[in-house]
Design a protein around this ligand. Structure first.
Ligand code: NDP
Ligand code: 8X3
Length: 257
């Protein structure tokens, strides 16, 4: 669908080809937003665009790029069509864990991928798209952290990246105060998406085990909470929000049965 120049809110979601990002796209489309959807798997994004445009009569722009690649991120911002150049909500959601090993057994390539995606990708995207966010009358940045910001055994580098997201969210909140930009960090606990399958590199049995004895959060639960944060009165900002399923207390303690 072609976007017209009507006053319409725009949300930009990174990592919208799966999980939380995809559920957020559905949720925000349902509430009338036009949406820029990002991810590397362009076919999935095109399918999602088709689905959302038909179901909600909203405008969707596909921006397929790899958040790790600085040039791709800045080129994407450079090439954003004019009618999409006022972004009300940026959801920095693209991210992943790779492996779950003691730090001395960790894979250096996995460490680099996590740092490049979860930390540097978030920074590149925020920096590249900030000029468009500043144009909004109600600008809001949502960063996907995790309960993993507090370390658990074998979480090491993934935990460090989410601690960095926590710190960067605090920094953004302080540094962007003068621009009136709300900054919310969302810290979910275990949620069943493709996350564990990615973490355990396609090992379905190990990925499933993470959720044994739990009713984990769903992507839709997380999207509902994210949307709620954006729907508050203009003077109200949720700075940090931790959500878990009822059988999880924090990153470490679970009650499984
Ligand atoms: P999914 O694996 O289901 O989705 C991850 C999304 O990130 C995909 O759309 C993927 O798209 C995208 N992505 C990954 N790498 C890149 C990249 N280099 N460039 C662009 N997009 C990328 O996981 P979730 O939805 O569960 O996770 C979303 C976020 O929430 C992550 O930051 C994760 O760390 C965090 N989180 C997840 C929890 C969970 O238990 N599921 C709990 C707490 C936080 P594509 O592969 O097409 O590029
Ligand atoms: C994802 C949640 O507990 O698997 O951030 O690290 S956990």
């Amino acid at each position: 669908m072609q976007k017209d120049s009507k006053m319409q809110k725009i949300v930009f979601i990174t990592g919208a080809s799966s999980g939380f990002g995809k559920a957020c796209a559905e949720k925000f489309a349902c509430h009338g937003y036009d949406i820029i959807i990002n991810g590397r798997r362009e076919e999935r994004l095109l399918e999602l665009k088709d689905h959302l445009e038909k179901k909600y009569n909203t405008a969707i722009l596909v921006a397929a790029f790899d958040v790790r690649v600085r040039q791709q991120v800045f080129d994407a911002a450079e090439n954003i069509p004019e009618e999409w150049q006022c972004i009300d909500v940026l959801i920095n959601n693209a991210g992943l864990a790779l492996g779950r090993d003691y730090i001395d057994d960790g894979d250096v390539d996995d460490w680099e991928t996590m740092i490049d995606t979860n930390v540097k990708g978030l920074l590149y995207t925020t920096k590249a798209f900030l000029p468009f966010i500043k144009k909004s009358s109600s600008p809001h940045i949502i960063n996907l952290g995790s309960v993993a910001k507090e370390v658990y055994e074998k979480g090491n580098v993934y935990c460090a990246t989410k601690a960095a997201v926590d710190t960067l969210s605090q920094s953004m909140r302080v540094d962007l105060l003068r621009h009136g930009i709300k900054v919310t960090a969302i810290h979910p606990g275990a949620a069943e998406t493709e996350f564990s399958l990615v973490r355990f590199k396609g090992d379905e049995a190990t990925a499933k085990k993470i959720y044994d004895g739990l009713v984990p959060l769903t992507a839709e639960d997380v999207a509902d909470v994210i949307y709620y944060c954006t729907s508050l009165p203009p003077h109200v900002c949720i700075n940090d929000l931790v959500l878990t399923c009822i059988r999880q207390a924090n990153g470490i303690y679970f009650y499984r049965n």
